[in-house]
Design a protein around this ligand. Structure first.
Ligand code: GAR
Length: 210
């Protein structure tokens, strides 16, 4: 019996979270999961180079080639079905896909967000903007969240979170780096492993780890 689950990773940029997943896979820490394909929304995403360097299949599905989110979402859904995706990971993927995708992969798509949801999340909160807003507000802790993807941005059931201290002299860049190192790169591979090993139960909008 082949238990292996195909993980398809969606990326838009540098791909350090993809690298954390690749490193976890190389250490045998993705459970039944295997990264089978990386799909980028931009042709210049460095994440594509990371995938190629590790012998992982890549595809590009360029957001700008599609008139709207609905047609892009349908194209993405079809690509994911073609790739036999069992689990879909948004790893620095900067496009919000609609229900055409989310409904096709219920409780099988996860996103890493660089803040403690429900703080600093939703439309417009992505990448460095999240950390700029956290510093503007003067929070003393921030962190990262891995959650299931639903059609509503950053609103799906929370799987794992990790808090990270904010320092007085932080810039958005230093805070981003610390949150990546101390939180994102740890909880994203862990959540993917739990999902691939079917250890996550979702009930009434909340998750429980078996
Ligand atoms: C990460 O901090 C990720 O959490 C964030 O963008 C960065 C991508 O870095 N994602 C979002 O803001 C999504 N709303 P990476 O390409 O090096 O993984």
């Amino acid at each position: 019996m082949n238990n292996t689950k195909n993980i398809v990773v969606l990326v838009s940029g540098g791909g350090t979270n993809l690298q954390a997943l690749i490193d976890a896979q190389n250490r045998g820490e993705l459970g039944c999961g295997k990264i089978s394909c990386v799909i980028a929304s931009r042709a210049d995403a460095y994440a594509l180079v990371r995938a190629e360097n590790n012998g992982i299949k890549t595809r590009t599905l360029i957001r700008k080639d599609y008139a709207d989110i609905a047609s892009y979402s349908i194209a993405m859904r079809d690509a994911l079905i073609e790739e036999n995706a069992d689990v879909v990971v948004y790893a620095g993927f900067m496009t919000i896909l609609d229900e055409n995708v989310c409904d096709a992969f219920p409780n099988r798509m996860v996103n890493v967000h660089p803040a403690l949801i429900p703080s600093f999340c939703g439309k417009g909160y992505y990448g460095l903007h999240v950390h700029e807003e956290a510093l503007k507000k003067g929070v003393k802790v921030s962190g990262a969240t891995v959650h299931f993807v639903t059609a509503e941005c950053d609103a799906g059931p929370i799987i794992l979170q990790k808090a990270v201290e904010v320092f007085d002299d932080d810039t958005p860049e230093t805070l981003q780096k610390r949150i990546m190192e101390q939180a994102e790169w740890k909880i994203l591979p862990k959540a993917v492993q739990l999902l691939c090993d079917e250890k996550i139960v979702v009930e009434n909008g909340k998750t429980y780890i078996k």
